[in-house]
Design a protein around this ligand. Structure first.
Ligand code: FAD
Length: 312
């Protein structure tokens, strides 16, 4: 049988790729079916090649970072999933210690640790957040203490017109959101901290350890994708969900965490559909009680069945 992506595959010469690769191992939920093709890009030229091939053959393209903010459907993804590594996972600090050039495929915790050691106060805001740098930029990852967008100076990306540099103001960083044009893959970013203090680096690391301890105590240890819903500020999604009495509610092996109500956890063998169905119950119950429709923070990728048995 010919691959649904055979035209696309022909254009992947020189690249590393796998067909029908299960995506669950690449997500923090450990849930998700196979992608038709997974390509591993090691540098910007690889990314441009994949981007152009996908566009020319009308193959859907999805960029997977650390998979820590995703619910990938049980049927998996049609088309191509792109993962970044190699030169795109490098972290380079300049001599002043005030600038970092980092690849989108680098570990976000590793970057955070580098920034904390340099005394970057802003890094306290996003310490403890998993994933890769590209995903963190796209999601403007962070907490009430700070977000990655605060230290972004410019973002390098592969586009159909070649490599492009986006200035921070073009990307409209806001609460768990940025604006990138379609067909854009983040490849690197230049970060700058204006009040880095080497003197306070040790103190920041101590603060970071305390924050990590606090996160451990207040967040579930089970597999999840972090907060399922955005906070409908000034309200907090977790408090609204808790007030509906949904903590501990289950669908299959998916559970509204008993530790933090805004986390849905995979107890062991939850399917994506279990998690989705449970998230729909949460939204309905919160809406009934508070007239607030929670917005997903976790990205739902692929197809799901809603409570009216409709395929979404
Ligand atoms: C235990 C736990 C705790 C968490 N705590 C926090 C927290 O405190 N604060 C917070 O903000 N988040 C938190 N999260 C969510 C998650 O870690 C962040 O959103 C993270 O930044 C996502 O990065 P990722 O690389 O895993 O992205 P993924 O989940 O892989 O992808 C997220 C989105 O980014 C896109 N993307 C990824 N890479 C690229 C790229 N190179 N170019 C273009 N698009 C790209 C994807 O296509 C997708 O749309 C938590 C998650 C977990 C599991």
């Amino acid at each position: 049988m010919t691959s649904p992506c055979s035209l696309f595959l022909k254009q992947l010469e020189g690249l590393t790729y796998h067909e029908s690769l299960p995506l669950a191992p690449y997500t923090t939920f450990k849930i998700g079916g196979p992608a038709d093709v997974v390509v591993f890009a090691h540098n910007e030229a690889d990314v441009l090649q994949v981007l152009k091939a996908a566009y020319q053959t009308q193959t859907p393209l999805f960029v997977l970072g650390g998979g820590s903010n995703l619910l990938i459907s049980d049927a998996g993804l049609r088309g191509c999933v792109l993962m970044l590594g190699g030169l795109l996972a490098e972290i380079k600090v300049d001599d002043s210690g005030q600038e970092i050039l980092v690849g989108a495929g680098a570990s976000f915790p590793k970057l955070t640790n580098t920034a904390l050691k340099l005394g970057w106060k802003n890094a306290l805001g996003f310490c403890g957040t998993p994933g890769h740098v590209g995903g963190a930029i796209k999601m403007n990852a962070g907490t009430r203490l700070g977000e990655i967008g605060e230290v972004v100076q410019e973002v390098y990306a592969a586009t159909l017109d070649g490599l492009k540099v986006f200035q921070k103001h073009e990307l409209q960083f806001s609460y768990r959101q940025t604006v990138f044009p379609a067909h854009t893959v983040i490849t690197k970013t230049r970060l700058r901290c204006h009040d880095a203090s080497h003197l306070h680096a040790a103190e920041f690391l101590k603060n970071a350890e305390e924050l990590a301890k606090k996160r451990k105590a207040t967040q579930p240890k089970l597999r999840s994708a972090g907060s399922m819903f955005k906070n409908p500020l000034p309200q907090f999604a977790g408090r609204l969900i808790e007030a509906t009495g949904l903590k501990g509610t289950k669908v299959g092996d998916a559970e509204v965490s008993t530790t933090h109500a805004n986390f849905i956890v995979n107890l062991k063998h939850a399917t994506a559909q279990d998690v989705f169905a449970l998230s729909q119950i949460v939204r309905q119950e919160v809406y009934k009680k508070f007239n607030i429709l929670l917005e997903y923070e976790v990205k739902l990728v692929g197809s799901f069945i809603n409570d009216k048995n409709e395929k979404l």
